[in-house]
Design a protein around this ligand. Structure first.
Ligand code: ATP
Ligand code: MG
Ligand code: FE
Length: 339
């Protein structure tokens, strides 16, 4: 089976064709980094407009690259949320139009499910259940994944997402946009123990996250003028990693019968994060899996793959784009935190 995937929830416009043998038959991805860099962050209006301009030619391009007709596809999978609503609508409306014109089933994909299932696209031996650390620009969660559509959230952030903390740190240190890769590069030149920074929530019996205090401490360290930028970047990254491993240790205590730890989302591209998780998994006698970095940051292959995982289902052509769409709708809100 073959699925066309469309992703437009943030600032990458992406289209991919993925088959049930996990082959990425073709894919194109257009980043909008250059458009948003002058503003130091993603501007929703600019993003929606850029998606609208680029998407149709990219869909044609991917079909041409693969030498495939749209009618050869078994489903059209598009991100239907969560994300910046203007961009999500561009992708979803395009998918609806193609589905309507061809009678091919539409699959409205939760972008977070795309991230959550991406390790299975990269590695056929990843079976349910698994423990998932989902670390992206908008989310920082620990979930137990028991199957497609079966997600139990054990932890979330009470303030910033981990990717957001990387982005804000990059902004404070004037390392440029996008922030995560810039902090990672700068950190390679620094000493991770040079700057004393807090590890918010570490030691708490609940596995939730908090990064706002760490970001403020980065700002104070920078303003003190006492530290090298590279040392601050390295110390921030180390503090973030220490938070993540501590929180996972707590969460894993309540995950009975789970022997695989996977990480997904943009921050999973970070080598220090991956290394620490690999060690944590080994300490727990667990298998560790992380998709290749290009499948961690936003892409359409993971959306097409989620479509493959949901093949046989379809969504009505009047389905709405959703700015918010939790993977685990039953999760309790945590002290005013987002879901
Ligand atoms: P969400 O998936 O929650 O809707 P998003 O789609 O905007 O948010 P992703 O594209 O999944 O987020 O991830 C982007 C985030 O990952 C950004 O915050 C970025 O800084 C971070 N990131 C990307 N590469 C790295 C890296 N090498 N090190 C640390 N963070 C990184
Ligand atoms: Mg991006
Ligand atoms: Fe994402």
């Amino acid at each position: 089976a073959l699925v066309l995937g469309i992703e437009s929830s943030c600032d990458e416009t992406a289209v991919a064709l993925v088959d049930s043998d996990r082959r990425i038959v073709a894919q194109r991805i257009a980043s909008q980094d250059a458009e948003h860099a002058p503003f130091g962050g993603v501007v929703p209006e600019i993003a929606a407009r850029a998606h609208a301009e680029r998407l149709a030619p990219m869909i044609d391009g991917v079909l041409t690259d693969a030498n495939i007709a749209l009618t050869d596809c078994d489903a059209i999978a598009a991100t239907a949320g969560p994300g910046l609503i203007g961009g999500v609508m561009v992708g979803l409306v395009s998918a609806k139009a193609l589905a309507m014109a061809t009678d091919i089933p539409l699959i409205a994909v939760n972008h977070l499910e795309g991230h959550a299932l991406s390790p299975r696209l990269a590695d056929e031996s990843i079976d349910f259940p698994y423990a998932l650390l989902l670390v992206s620009g908008g989310h920082c969660q620990i979930l137990r994944v028991d199957g497609v559509g079966q997600y139990r959230r054990l932890a979330t952030t009470i303030d910033d997402a981990l990717g957001e903390a990387f982005d804000k740190t990059a902004k404070i240190l004037k390392l440029g946009f996008p922030g995560g890769p810039a902090v990672e590069r700068k950190a390679m030149e620094g000493n991770p123990r040079a700057v004393p920074l807090p590890r918010p929530m570490v030691g708490s019996g609940e596995p939730h996250f908090s990064f706002a205090g760490l970001k403020s401490a980065v700002l104070r360290a920078h303003e003190s003028g006492r530290y090298e930028v590279a040392d601050i970047a390295a110390s921030f990254q180390q503090a973030a990693v220490d938070c993540v491993t501590d929180r996972l240790r707590i969460a894993l205590r309540s995950m009975i019968g789970v022997d695989t730890l996977v990480v997904a989302g943009g921050v999973a591209a970070n080598a220090t994060v991956r290394g620490a998780l690999e060690k944590l998994a080994a300490d727990h006698g667990m298998r560790f899996a992380a998709p290749p970095p290009a499948l961690c940051t936003d892409n359409a292959a993971m959306i097409a793959w989620a479509g493959i995982e949901r093949l046989g289902q379809s969504d009505p052509l009047d389905i709405s784009a959703r700015p918010r769409w939790p993977l685990d709708p039953d999760a309790e809100p945590v002290r005013g935190a987002g879901v």
